[in-house]
Design a protein around this ligand. Structure first.
Ligand code: PMP
Length: 341
């Protein structure tokens, strides 16, 4: 018998690659999307949740009924909540107030306790979700703080799973890997593995306009003028995560809220792939990269699609939300060409 599992956690990883046939037609390379929404928690974060929790179990850090604590804009929370249910742990999450109400309801439906914290305060502010999670973890005995931004097991999860999968799926033919960076774990761990197989593989990070990651890569400094609020959830940062291995990344591109939103909608309309907001961001990043770099027809690009669009129905997939952002005016999309087939 195949596809029979002891519990839902058996489905983590082994996500498919799907060729993009329309949205990247201006790029001469073959472009594959790695659909991380095929994980049972519907995002790439399932990989780090199980990896970090099982590493703690091996070290004897967790007891039955222990509490797992994390800061999360959503996806890591779903994954930790899912793993916690199967393994018998409590789950406490500190989330940003940018997080949509339906995501919070989803987390609560998976048994998590959720603390909502302001997004636009400094990371060391006691109200920030980092500080709130740290305080809760220090107050509860036998708890585990996942600390995804500063946990090297975040990188290791992708070094052991995502990277090898991509290498195998492309039969070693991959020439470019592109992904949005939040913690940086997905791109860094995959890149570390892939560069060990072939150091010529180009690794491209996609950062959000409003975040400091690209500026830090380019100048070696945190440029506070780069920081401003933005809408895309799950990517970009106002601090430098240690899960982001800058030396493994060849180049960053920076994308904005508006074009990333259009691209997300375009991917749904033309490829029939309902991705999250960062799915649009990674394709937008690739198209921008393609404006200044030549691809050959032998090139094989893998773009990570981190999660599923069902989490964004009242955001990028809502015309009303798009209008509120000024991305649609009087019912007219600002970038009509995006929607032409
Ligand atoms: N996209 C989404 C929707 C995410 O939730 C995340 C994780 N924060 C990312 C992209 C970036 O992944 P990573 O943290 O591994 O860089």
């Amino acid at each position: 018998m195949t596809h029979v599992y002891d519990n839902i956690l058996g489905l983590i990883g082994h996500t498919p690659l799907v060729k993009l046939n329309k949205v990247t037609k201006d790029i001469s390379a073959t472009v594959y999307a790695k659909l991380e929404s095929y994980n049972p928690g519907h995002s790439t974060k399932d990989r780090i949740a199980i990896h970090i929790i099982e590493a703690a179990e091996k070290k004897g850090l967790l007891k039955p009924g222990s509490t797992i604590v994390e800061t999360t804009s959503g996806n890591t929370g779903f994954s930790i909540a899912m793993v916690s249910i199967i393994k018998g742990y409590k789950c406490i999450l500190a989330v940003s107030d940018k997080t949509k109400a339906e995501k919070i309801a989803y987390l609560k439906a998976l048994g998590a306790t959720v603390y909502i914290c302001p997004a636009n305060v400094a990371p060391d502010d006691p109200r920030s979700y980092y500080e709130v999670a740290k305080r809760i973890a220090s107050e509860i005995p036998d708890s585990l703080y996942i600390n995804q931004y500063f946990n090297e097991l975040n990188i290791d999860a992708h070094y052991q799973s995502t990277g090898p999968e991509i290498w195998k799926q492309t039969e070693g033919k991959i020439t470019h890997l592109i992904a949005c960076t939040g913690t940086g774990g997905t791109l860094s761990g995959s890149a570390k593995f892939l560069k060990e197989q072939n150091p010529d593989i180009k690794i491209i990070g996609v950062d959000a306009s409003g975040s400091i990651l690209k500026g830090f890569k380019d100048t070696g400094k945190i440029n506070s003028s780069d920081i401003h609020p933005y809408q895309i959830e799950g990517m970009g940062k106002n601090l430098i995560p240690s899960a982001l291995l800058f030396d493994k990344i060849d180049e960053f591109v920076r994308v904005n809220d508006e074009m990333s939103a259009y691209r997300t909608r375009e991917i749904a309309l033309k490829e029939a792939i309902m991705g999250g907001y960062t799915t649009g961001a990674v394709v937008q990043g690739l198209l921008q990269y393609g404006n200044s770099h030549e691809f050959s027809t032998d090139d094989v690009v893998v773009a990570i699609f981190p999660d599923h669009g069902s989490r964004y129905i009242t955001k990028v997939y809502s015309d009303q939300w798009m209008e509120e952002q000024g991305f649609i005016n009087n019912g007219v999309h600002n970038y009509e060409e995006v929607f032409k087939t």
